[in-house]
Design a binder for this molecule. Structure first.
Ligand code: DX5
Ligand code: ZN
Length: 218
């Protein structure tokens, strides 16, 4: 019932060449773009914000944009990201535990889809009450902050639990996912696959994207 979708993360791409790098990923079969937004506070790293996303949207009109909001105040960036042309606003629930429902509603009111993200140390019970309000559940398979880290296979029980209880939910995995780890994600029931380094550094991007997609579909 749920469709396999591959969303490359451009975090470790040449960010000075963001539009061309993104277009190349789309031409090579990416179903959406996973844009990693970091505020140097929720995670110990900085990337880019809504103004860069807006510039990217001006050059790439029709792709589906997800922003993965690794920020302490997800409420603050809802309007600017909606205005920048973001389709799916995925935020970490850890900094807004008592406010998850209202953040979800604000995202919907701004016209975007809602994604709920959990770090490796956060259990699915942190989001289970809110999944009826969400379009996507993102299970992190590394500590958020940096690309190129090792995949944490011990996160798969979370994916399995979500798939068993929510057969139609889009379940996304992010961190260390590539040809060597995709089997594990597919078996557990993930259908939205973020892959950074494995796709960006591949000599043949199309080959890797096709392989990831066919593994999840089968
Ligand atoms: C980590 C980011 C991921 C990451 C993916 O904080 O959320 O999207 O960049 O990159 P790889 O696939 O290299 O782990
Ligand atoms: Zn991410």
């Amino acid at each position: 019932p749920v469709q396999a979708k591959i969303g490359p993360s451009i975090l470790n791409a040449d960010l000075a060449d963001l539009a061309a790098q993104s277009q190349r990923l789309l031409d090579n079969g990416a179903d959406y773009l996973h844009l990693d937004v970091m505020d140097g506070h929720f995670v110990p790293n900085l990337t880019f914000g809504h103004s860069v996303v807006k510039c990217l949207r001006n050059k790439i009109k029709d792709a589906f944009f997800e922003t993965h909001m690794m920020v302490s105040k997800p409420q603050q960036w809802i309007e600017p990201m909606a205005d920048a042309g973001v389709n799916l606003y995925t935020f970490h629930v850890e900094p807004v535990q008592d406010d998850i429902e209202s953040v979800c509603r604000k995202i919907q009111e701004a016209g975007m889809k809602v994604g709920l993200a959990i770090k490796p140390g956060t259990g699915v019970e942190a989001i289970s009450k809110y999944l009826d309000l969400a379009d996507v559940a993102l299970v992190m398979t590394v500590e958020p902050g940096f690309g190129g880290q090792a995949f944490m296979a011990d996160m798969m029980p979370k994916v399995e639990w979500l798939r068993q209880n929510y057969p139609n939910l889009d379940i996304e995995v992010d961190g260390g996912v590539g040809p060597k780890t995709i089997d594990c994600c597919a078996k557990a029931g993930a259908n939205m696959i973020v892959s950074g380094t494995a796709v960006i550094q591949a000599p043949d991007q199309k080959e890797v994207i096709t392989l990831l997609k066919s593994t999840v579909q089968s």
